[in-house]
Design a protein around this ligand. Structure first.
Ligand code: FAD
Length: 370
């Protein structure tokens, strides 16, 4: 690529901080860097026309974990780790709401519900048994019960009579959130370059040489916020996990309002105005969904449609309006990785399936490593 004197001078000379990835984490990291270093030159490099991982693809649950997910996490993490993670998600949600404003992100405090299929006897019994324990575990954080048993009033079919209600969960408009974050970044004089992929980096003395497809430049520090694309960067600690979603056309007299979790969080659905957005089913093909390719598969899309028809909207006609997928970053632990990789290189990755809430905190922590 041939750049002019002006382009080199204004964009690519004396770059202090380069953030790779313009998702929730990358943009919050860039904004935090701006707070700390008002006079610095900050560039964000994004491989997509828009952010192309999870942040503009997600379901917009402002959540911190359903009861069954928390119980499952307690099998692989200590109680302290689980509480710490929930606390970070909760604080992250507050930071996001405070930074962008509830009206802008269309935050709706409709509450969240966990729904159990009729045949999920042991999972349901386990959740009911452990509900008081989990409420106690979270009391210091929320100052009241988080989870409560409620009779299903949504007319689901083939499900247990009771759902588990969480009044602290809400929903946001994902598109609004990401547009607002981008606007904040532009206003804070952060340069965002889309459709450029960082292909390699090499540390050279007091700076890092950053290679794009057809061009390279130097930056004093590089911060990777590449989440599901960070496999190589983290020596395999982060794996890509595709998540598929569909949304219906508007449905007359839709009675479903809130965010809903089904089957240990493997399925999730919500209303967005009078439509239903439904995603999940990765557990039907873990191997096939360990990919960075944005696409849909028949097996998962068929299952999503079947759930809509038989469980979620058994008595209503609906049409599918649109389908898409996004790429998450997962690993052995639910804890995001925020670390310094070498003298001038840092990363904040492995956000899992709940990055909307925790993303702001991870971006801030990433920037604070510098
Ligand atoms: C379908 C779906 C539904 C979800 N639903 C929810 C939900 O309801 N609630 C919730 O809390 N979380 C949800 N999540 C998870 C949440 O969206 C993520 O945890 C969060 O967006 C991660 O943000 P991030 O900034 O770390 O990653 P991303 O948003 O993936 O950002 C990483 C960016 O890095 C860019 N990039 C990667 N490599 C390079 C490179 N070499 N050069 C330049 N750019 C690069 C990518 O294009 C991408 O834009 C969902 C995820 C998906 C996919």
């Amino acid at each position: 690529m041939q750049l002019s004197y002006w382009e080199l001078k204004n964009w690519f000379s004396n770059v202090d901080y380069t953030v790779v990835g313009s998702g929730i984490v990358g943009l919050h990291a860039a904004l935090r860097l701006r707070e700390r270093f008002p006079a610095s030159k900050i560039i964000v490099i994004e491989k997509g026309m828009l952010p192309q991982g999870a942040s503009t693809k997600n379901a917009g649950f402002a959540c911190f974990g359903s009861l069954s997910e928390i119980i499952e996490d307690l099998n692989s993490h200590t109680e302290q780790e689980v509480v710490h993670l929930i606390e970070k998600r909760w604080k992250g949600l507050h930071l996001l709401r405070q930074r962008l404003g509830d009206t802008v992100i269309d935050f709706k405090p409709f509450g969240g519900y966990e729904v159990f299929l009729e045949e999920q006897d042991s999972m349901y019994a386990n959740c009911i048994n452990k509900l008081p324990f989990v409420n106690e575990m979270l009391r210091s954080l929320f100052k009241s019960d988080v989870f409560a048993k409620q009779v299903d009033r949504f007319g689901f079919k083939g499900t247990k009579e009771n759902v588990i209600y969480n009044p602290f969960e809400g929903q946001i408009d994902t598109g609004n959130m990401m547009q607002a974050l981008l606007k904040h970044a532009y206003t804070a004089n952060i340069l965002i370059l889309n459709q450029h992929t960082v292909t390699a980096i090499s540390e050279k003395g007091s700076s890092v040489e950053i290679a794009l497809n057809d061009f390279s430049f130097s930056s004093k520090k590089v911060l990777f916020a590449t989440n599901g694309f960070a496999n190589k960067l983290t020596n395999g600690e982060v794996k890509p996990a595709r998540a598929q979603v569909l949304i219906t056309e508007p449905i007359a007299n839709l009675n479903i309002k809130g965010t809903f979790h089904l089957d240990c969080g493997y399925y999730y659905f919500r209303n967005i105005e009078n439509r239903i957005l439904l995603g999940g089913g990765r557990n039907l093909d873990f191997e096939g969904e360990t990919t960075t390719e944005l696409a849909q598969t028949e097996i998962i899309q068929n299952k999503l449609e079947q759930l809509l028809k038989e469980v979620i909207l058994p008595n209503q006609d609906f049409k599918i309006a649109h389908r898409w997928s996004g790429i998450m970053g997962v690993g052995n632990s639910k804890k995001p990785i925020v670390s310094q990789l070498s003298e001038h290189v840092y990363c904040g990755v492995r956000l899992g399936g709940m990055g909307v809430a925790i993303g702001s905190v991870i971006g801030t922590e990433l920037a604070d490593l510098v």
